[in-house]
Design a protein around this ligand. Structure first.
Ligand code: ZN
Length: 346
């Protein structure tokens, strides 16, 4: 039987941390080394924890989708000190207030899609801030989100970006829907859906349309050292960064450049560039919100080991269903097909 690979989804891909760990700057090397160790600790936490199915049944239906922000106080502990609960007064801590606000925006957007919190049963949204010491990453690990402060030079505080919060929360949505294996093409689809939610929510918040949006992922957490760079571009995968510290963006935008290596769980953050570009093309044509309706419908119909070909079929099928519901424009299924064809997925 194929082993299921649960997502413990870090915002910064392993190849970015790996590049930093090999840089000539000893300070950057040390920070990257520590961040990689913290990442391993967060993975170890999951050992012996209930599986996703048990977690989902542990949630009482109709619960309030309350936000709870915990301060890790620069330790490696999650849920250490509860500092802000739903409806509570804002604190003097900007990371706490910001992550609380951004999680609320994501929750509102999910509601707009007809979804009641991450699991659609109103589970509470648990957010941990100030995890570790200058920890350079953020992650979703099955039931909560955790954010590092960054070092302030290479990466800023990870709570600073709505895109990061939305991307990580979306990993939770995927877990409770298609539950895509975090490996190979299904893993690249998992990453892809998080980037789609991240971009769509950011555009919704900024009241931008597809034509005006920058379609960049991770640009807001770049510190002064990496100013002007980003982690990914959905509009032009492969063009997000090029510098001496990180090297260059390895994302392909077409199947002809598909990454076949073993790194990054067989390229989950790399090959996601291919469907990302297709989403951008569809959004540019019918608008991001309409494209999002199609992708969200598809996410609820996909399955754990779905590959790119399956996704093309299901996303096209979702478009046809939504045309019947008059929720998206008539030609949307053709738009979807053409967009995938353009990235080499006929
Ligand atoms: Zn991710």
């Amino acid at each position: 039987m194929k082993k299921h690979r649960q997502c413990i989804c870090h915002y910064l891909p392993p190849y970015v941390i790996g590049k930093l760990a090999r840089t000539s700057d000893p300070e950057a090397r040390e920070k990257a080394r520590l961040s990689a160790i913290y990442g391993k600790i967060s993975r170890a936490k999951r050992v012996g924890q209930p599986s996703v199915n048990l977690l989902s049944t542990a949630v009482s239906p109709g619960a309030g989708a309350n936000r709870k922000v915990y301060d890790s106080q620069n330790t490696l502990k999650q849920r250490k000190k509860l500092v802000l609960e739903e409806g509570g007064p804002t604190t003097g801590d900007i990371a706490v207030n910001t992550v609380y606000e951004f999680a609320g925006i994501v929750r509102d957007y999910l509601k707009k899609l007809g979804r009641h919190s991450i699991d659609n049963q109103g589970m509470d949204i648990i957010l941990n801030v100030h995890f570790g010491n200058q920890y350079m990453n953020a992650f979703w690990d099955g039931d909560e989100m955790t954010f590092g402060d960054g070092d302030g030079s290479i990466f800023t505080n990870f709570t600073k970006s709505l895109d990061v919060v939305a991307h990580e929360l979306a990993h939770g949505v995927t877990q409770y829907t298609a539950n895509l294996d975090y490996y190979s093409q299904s893993g690249a689809l998992n990453e892809h859906f998080s980037d789609v939610f991240g971009s769509a929510i950011q555009q919704f918040y900024n009241k931008q349309d597809a034509g005006r949006a920058d379609w960049l992922v991770g640009n807001e957490i770049m510190g002064p050292t990496l100013f002007g760079e980003s982690l990914r571009s959905m509009k032009a995968p492969g063009s997000a960064y090029d510098n001496s510290l990180l090297g260059s963006d390895p994302q392909p935008s077409h199947m002809r450049d598909y990454f076949t290596g073993q790194d990054d769980n067989q390229g989950v953050h790399i090959n996601s560039g291919i469907p990302n570009k297709a989403f951008y093309l569809v959004a540019k044509d019918i608008g991001t919100d309409k494209a999002m309706l199609i992708w969200y419908r598809a996410l609820r119909m996909l399955w754990p080991d779905a590959n790119f070909g399956d996704a093309v079929e299901i996303i096209s099928h979702a478009a046809r269903l939504l045309v019947k519901d008059r929720a998206v424009p008539e030609g949307s299924p053709q738009t979807v097909r053409l967009a995938f064809k353009e990235v080499g997925l006929p």
